[in-house]
Ligand binder design. Structure first.
Ligand SMILES: [Zn+2]
Length: 155
């Protein structure tokens, strides 16, 4: 087992010659314990050391639960070349809302999160616009107060 490295980021690196392969079964046990850090899944069929395995799968130790929570958040959408400039994003957004409400006659959108999910479904490039909007205004915290103000008037 030489040269093998434990994939767990908070591994204490206790020298060991015993390793556990990260199987579907290991992942689902970790999930049940609340110790599944999202990145473990990326290392499926690789190995973790026995000490980490015990903490994650056997004991469900609190240190590893905290680690799992830290890694729960999905990584930020990667900014890529598909990004639209602001005016393009707004034009696209307006277009989608126009089609929805005027052509299809669907009810107006009242919450930011609803707007976001509908727009991202319609065109995933709009995701980065919402990332920016959200970062700029910490919108989640204020969302309750603002509900109702997010309807963009297209007429
Ligand atoms: Zn380890």
């Amino acid at each position: 087992m030489d040269g093998r490295q434990c994939i767990v980021k908070i591994c204490e690196g206790i020298p060991t010659s015993r390793w556990k392969k990260i199987t579907e079964n290991v992942l689902s046990k970790a999930e049940a314990n609340g110790t599944l850090a999202s990145y473990y899944k990326d290392h499926k069929d690789e190995y973790m050391c026995m000490s980490c395995y015990n903490s994650i799968v056997v004991n469900g130790s609190s240190r590893f639960k905290e680690h799992a929570i830290e890694w729960q958040r999905p990584p930020k959408r990667r900014r890529n070349d598909n990004n639209l400039i602001l005016s393009e994003s707004i034009a696209l957004l307006t277009d989608i809302i126009f089609k929805r409400e005027i052509i299809e006659g669907r009810p107006p959108i009242f919450s930011f999160s609803q707007l976001r999910s509908i727009m991202e479904d319609a065109d995933e490039r709009l995701g980065s616009l919402f990332d920016e909007l959200e970062e700029a205004s910490c919108i989640r915290k204020k969302e309750r107060k603002l509900t109702g103000l997010w309807h963009i008037n297209v007429i």
